[in-house]
Write a new protein. Sequence first.
Length: 160
Amino acid sequence: MTLIGCTGHQRLSSSTRRDVAAAIAAILATVGDEELVGLSSLAEGADQLFAFAVLAAGGQLRAVVPSQDYERGFQSDQPRDIYTSLLRLASDCTTLSFPAPSQEAFLAAGYEIADRCDVLLAVWDGQGAAGKGGTADVVSYARGRGLDVRVIWPSGASRE
């Protein structure tokens, strides 16, 4: 079994989303005959792209939900609807004990994913985190643990 986690930026340009989805699919295709398990918080952007790619590759999706009432943290209906759809498709769901979405909850979810996976895919532009719990924080934690971190940031990629 190969456990692959994901962390990444939420706001990606449309061309970047396409390129990132293709890069994730290419990495997942290298898993071969092993059982593929993807771990994600199902946040907008990179997390949702990863979750779809795991399911498309025939893998099993495991959700790590940062808090109770996590849906409240989504800024618009479309990513919230995608989240609830992906959550229904997940084979397993761990909801952390935070009462509401917060930077601390997002950081704890990122750490939980890093602690549970063999490989962490990071859709990351290499910049520092804008707030506590951002992609840079999770990458730093995972690297500090000696985890195999694979950064995905295609040439010409941009954030919205």
